[in-house]
Design a protein around this ligand. Sequence first.
Ligand SMILES: C[N+](C)(C)CCCC[C@H](N)C(=O)O
Ligand SMILES: O=C(O)CCC(=O)C(=O)O
Ligand SMILES: [Fe+2]
Length: 446
Amino acid sequence: MFAGAVLRSVSRSATAGGTPRAATRPILRGLSTAAQPGQPDGSRYDVDVQVLPDGLQIKGIRGNSVKREKLPHFWLRDNCRCQKCVHQQTLQRNFNTFAISEDIKPDQVKTEPDGVRVKWDGDGHESFYPWKFIKHYLRHDHRSPEDVEFHYWGSDIAVNRPAVSYNDLMAPENESGIARLTNLIREYGFVFVDGTPFGTPDATKRVLEKIAFIRETHYGGFYDFIPDLAMADTAYTNIALPAHTDTTYFSDPAGLQAFHMLSHEAPPGQSASASASPDEELGGKSLLVDGFHAANILLEEDPAAYAILSRVRLPWHASGNEGITISPDKRYPVLELDGATGKLARVRWNNDDRGVVPFTDDVSPTQWYAAARKWDGILRRPDVEYWVQLKPGQVLIFDNWRVMHGRSAFEGRRRMCGAYINRDDFISRWRNTNFPREAILSQVVG
Ligand SMILES: C[N+](C)(C)CCCC[C@H](N)C(=O)O
Ligand SMILES: O=C(O)CCC(=O)C(=O)O
Ligand SMILES: [Fe+2]
């Protein structure tokens, strides 16, 4: 049952300079509500609420498992989600946090079927904290929307490559296609959109804009290129490119990248032989490598090398075009780990765009090269490389923070189009097409 009792705040008669007497009044008890969609543990548990001098002490009891957390009064007040404190159209905080008195205290705390109601001293403001909010902080379960079940792959992915059909994806009023596409990219790091019209680049652009708006760079927005060095970068040539991630020279590398090979014509006077398919004859095969899978192998085989590549920060640059010299806000390592979890968050690898390896106090360039050589060797293993001949109609979209791409050398006029999309815009689209908004808000708001 719900206590529903009202608990007066602690007496404010602290002995001069001493700490206020702890609440001696009854502890309130409430039950967290049933499972919320998207919450990992849907079980109910009892929650005790005790008003202490500096916060609400909450204790979650489920069977013999007890979880405790103290929610400071000021923190609670700052997280009031009432219609006055949160702009209801924009979900932005709608008051000045720092106008709230630092030693704000509850005047009344009451448990109700759906949560805890607090009446604050001072202005008498009333806040309501749903049990699911309280549970979230009890469990310390800050499962970030970034936490997904990654499917790691190597050359084996060729037998069952993640794909959606253009028609499913572009069906009006139907978000199941975009939900599946974004989820496949989250889990595998790439996806094909099969059956995309290729007479012009228009359908490709529509596919990408179905995910999010296209990111403009010094290469333009939606790109459509042939090997004519229209931009001073080796992508605009026909030479082989080893596995790399793009835009290593941006503080915030592009989140997604896409390629759609619209056509590949033999050089004048050379007809592709009847035997091999034109593309085989002319080269220009595409390479994909799962950078997270490769990093797992490196960690397993040579943890010292993994540590070096995750610690040594390097310069990166894009300087080929007149008047353009781009480099990130600071130096970044090849393997960027999440500071909170230690998990690999981003691969930044383009040996052609990498600057000079620095002399650092604890790692010499020679040690870095030895580690990078090991890394490069893993990327080139036949069972790690996924070579695929792109065909007109197949749009390849991949997570540029995880999956590396490359190509074999080629002849002839090979026309490729695609675009970059920001990481955060992609993640937002993935969240909003795969999770209920409530579950997302409880994650992104903190
Ligand atoms: C053609 N497209 C705009 C996709 C790429 C342009 C060059 C990309 C650069 N080499 C990098 O690795 O970021
Ligand atoms: O031409 C290709 O297949 C890819 C070239 C490349 O790496 C790029 O455009 O970023
Ligand atoms: Fe590239």
